[in-house]
Structure formats: C-alpha cells, structure tokens
Write a protein that binds this ligand. Structure first.
Ligand SMILES: [Zn+2]
Length: 160
C-alpha cells in the first residue's frame, strides 16, 4: 500500500511549493491556502487561482494579481510607441478583448492601469501570458506596420 503522506512525499510537496514561490515572488508564500482573495474573489484551490465558487470559510488574503496592482509592481510592461495615435482606439479595444479572454481562464493575468505619455503608452500587466497574447494579437493585426523588441521585463512595439 502506498503511503500518501509519508515524510518523503511531504518533503517533495514542500520542495515543489518552494520552487514555485521562488519563480514568482508574488505568490502568497507562507500565507494560508487554500484561500480566497478579499479584493477580486478569486480562490486558490489545489495550487491554482480560479473563479469557481469556493467554500465560504476559506481564509481571506490578497491574490498575487491584486497585490501587484496595489504595489504598482508589473510582471511585464508593454511600451507602445511610434505612429500609434491613429490606431490607438483600435489597439485599446484589442487590449481589453485579450485581457477579458485571458483573465476568464487565468485570474492572475490582468492588465494594470494604462498610462499615456507624450509619445508612448505603457501597458503594465500582472503576468507574462496576457502580455504575450496582446503582443501576438497586435502582430497578427499590424504585421509589417510594427517592429517588436523583446526584453525580460519589457516588450517595445513601435508602429512604423
Ligand atoms: Zn485578487
């Protein structure tokens, strides 16, 4: 018979958790879980954040996405520049559409408040996935009209 909660199994589970915490420092390490976010209502259940209704007695925490938004700490930033103004309304709509679709599946993938500056726009996100999907949507739509430069923390899209 397999002993599910052997000290070996528990050590492995802890190591997995520690590795995950290390990858994203905004995961609620050391906080109770399963848990529910008091801000947005997402629930952490079996290691993933979901929108499904959770048991009402879960501890109330702040999910990593809401924490990032509170701290203004983006996981990734899209910098849009160049001949963007003529397309901005359309691009803004695309960003909203992608965010809605991504967030429905992955509660931690969100677009933080967008800031428009003199000649560029910053679109910070709480996760890499939503950022990648926005870039992919823009490239699909504008193709050779844009030039994309990828960096660890920032992706620059320039309209030519
Ligand atoms: Zn939240």
């Amino acid at each position: 018979m397999v002993q599910r909660f052997s000290s070996r199994a528990i050590a492995f589970a802890r190591a997995r958790r520690a590795a995950r915490d290390w990858v994203d420092s905004y995961r609620p390490s050391g906080k109770p879980y399963p848990a529910i976010c008091r801000q947005c209502g997402a629930a952490e259940w079996q290691g993933t954040w979901r929108w499904e209704p959770a048991p009402p007695d879960l501890p109330r925490v702040l999910c990593p996405a809401c924490e990032r938004i509170r701290d203004g700490a983006a996981a990734h930033v899209l910098e849009l520049r160049g001949e963007l103004p003529r397309w901005w309304q359309e691009v803004r709509g695309m960003i909203d559409t992608v965010e809605r679709a991504e967030m429905a599946e992955h509660p931690l993938e969100r677009v933080m408040p967008v800031t428009t500056h003199e000649d560029y726009v910053l679109v910070p996100t709480t996760g890499m996935h939503v950022a990648r999907r926005i870039v992919a949507a823009i490239v699909r739509r504008f193709r050779r009209q844009v030039q994309v430069r990828f960096d660890d923390h920032c992706t620059t899209i320039e309209w030519l």
